[in-house]
Design a protein around this ligand. Structure first.
Ligand SMILES: [Zn+2]
Length: 110
């Protein structure tokens, strides 16, 4: 039996951290563009990296929200695809995982 209260607290802590990171990225992106062309090019490259980081953070926030709602409805720790229990080691490494390792490694079928 998983201690969901502790998992939930950890997920909420992680989400706060990610939200702060997204905010920092947006501040960086709002910084005025430098007049020098060479510096502008560097800044634009930097902006792309920041956007990737922001995307990754936002995707993780979305996954954490799903995990928290699964704690609330009691399905946390079950694979969303095959319904088997997700290995505790996997949940320890990726607390917001919604798929067991087998399903996560399966190619997506459409
Ligand atoms: Zn599965």
């Amino acid at each position: 039996m998983t201690n969901t209260a502790a998992v939930r607290a950890e997920l909420e802590r992680r989400m706060t951290e990610l939200a702060a990171r997204v905010e920092n990225v947006e501040e960086e992106l709002r910084a005025p563009i430098s007049a020098s062309f060479a510096e502008q090019a560097t800044q634009l490259e930097g902006a792309e990296v920041l956007t990737d980081l922001e995307q990754a953070a936002l995707a993780e926030i979305a996954a954490i929200r799903v995990a928290i709602s699964r704690i609330d409805d009691g399905s946390y720790g079950e694979c969303a695809s095959c319904g088997k229990a997700i290995a505790p080691a996997r949940l320890a490494a990726v607390p917001h995982a919604s798929l067991c390792i087998d399903c996560a490694n399966k190619p997506v079928r459409r």
